[in-house]
Design a protein. Structure first.
Length: 367
């Protein structure tokens, strides 16, 4: 195999595909990229057996067709370190790959392409297109709520729900829940639900850019395939049942607090400096049109912030994990936010004023 191309032509593809490759491997070949030069094009494939990303590039001059697996991170690091607009030639002979550019030459050990595994995927149950901006919004508004290494493995990912009316993403770690809905972007004739693993969600987000071209999503019984331009990302789905999120979203909340998002965000940030590093709890006292935010820690240090809010009701005192509140305020983009509770022991529902596409539920803390 031998091909020549410009450094810039393959730089983004190499970085994206290498991102899928795990640093610690069970199989040596999983540390490599499958490089195939055939039919006038070049394809790069990286996988960790759960997620697979394929990039196909046509801006490559192929002198000799063939395939091999080349160490992913070493190849990407070499490529990144070359001068801009450099012309690069890659040649594979036997079990060695040689990368040449100008006066630079690198020789890497390869492994047989036949040893490279493929992520199996069956038939598709639903296929739909969505704009990059809409998909990015669906991911960004909920991904921070995914659990990390929870024994309830079905929480270590994001629920993707497709109905004829909407496309919805939901994530929860058992202490908070985030839900984002895109109306009018549905597909199929029935309600389909799939749990996309955490890594699949993060790689999908990395794949998106500021372009205005659509993304094709194909959902099967055990896989999700995302196609955008020259890239095809395939991720296995988590085999489990996601909690009934509709039961978690509180209804009939009698007390509503409205405030300026930026002011609240800054007040929580300052109060959090002196909160307990382990529990991160803050107390919120809402009385009339004033919210007092209090935080303390085991060293007996205290912080107090006061923010003007709109609230009509009895004095309310409630505690929350300040990090959860900050995460929500970071992804909301409205000037005003609305926080609704029924009493001091109930979960809070947080929304951006005038926008109903994303809702957040945060459980209270006993302080």
């Amino acid at each position: 195999m031998k091909f020549t191309t410009n450094r810039e032509s393959l730089l983004r593809s190499l970085q994206l595909v290498t991102g899928v490759v795990e640093r610690r491997q069970t199989l040596p070949v999983l540390a490599n990229l499958l490089v195939v030069a055939r039919d006038g094009g070049l394809s790069l494939t990286g996988t960790d057996l759960e997620v697979e990303l394929v990039a196909v590039e046509s801006d490559v001059e192929i002198q000799q067709e063939g395939e091999a697996t080349i160490p992913a991170r070493k190849l990407a690091d070499i490529w990144r370190s070359l001068p801009e607009e450099a012309e690069v030639t890659v040649e594979v002979a036997g079990d060695r790959a040689t990368v040449r550019s100008g006066r630079s030459r690198f020789t890497l050990a390869t492994l047989p392409a036949a040893d490279f595994p493929k992520v199996e995927s069956g038939a598709d149950d639903a296929e739909f297109r969505v704009s990059q901006a809409d998909l990015q919004s669906l991911l960004d508004q909920v991904s921070f709520s995914m659990a990390q290494q929870d024994v309830r493995y079905f929480l270590n990912g994001m629920l993707l729900e497709v109905t004829p009316q909407h496309l919805r993403t939901v994530a929860t770690d058992g202490h908070r829940l985030a839900m984002s809905t895109l109306d009018g972007a549905g597909a199929g004739s029935e309600r389909l639900q799939a749990i996309v693993p955490r890594k699949g969600v993060l790689e999908m987000s990395r794949l998106l850019d500021d372009g205005d071209d659509d993304v094709l999503l194909q959902l099967g019984a055990n896989h999700l395939r995302v196609s955008k331009g020259p890239y095809t990302l395939t991720t296995k789905l988590v085999d489990g049942k996601f909690p009934d999120y509709e039961k978690v979203v509180p209804k009939d909340l009698g007390r509503t607090i409205t405030g300026d998002r930026a002011s609240l965000k800054q007040a929580f940030q300052r109060a959090s400096i002196l909160s307990n590093e382990k529990y991160r709890g803050v107390r919120m006292i809402i009385d009339g049109e004033l919210m007092t935010i209090q935080a303390n820690n085991p060293e007996q240090e205290e912080a107090e912030e006061q923010v003007a809010v709109d609230y009509e009701g009895d004095r309310l005192e409630i505690g929350f994990n300040v990090s959860y509140l900050q995460d929500v305020l970071n992804v909301l983009d409205t000037e005003q936010i609305q926080l609704s509770v029924s009493d001091a022991n109930s979960s809070a529902l947080i929304e951006g004023m005038g926008k109903d596409d994303a809702v957040y539920v945060v459980m209270p803390m006993r302080l």
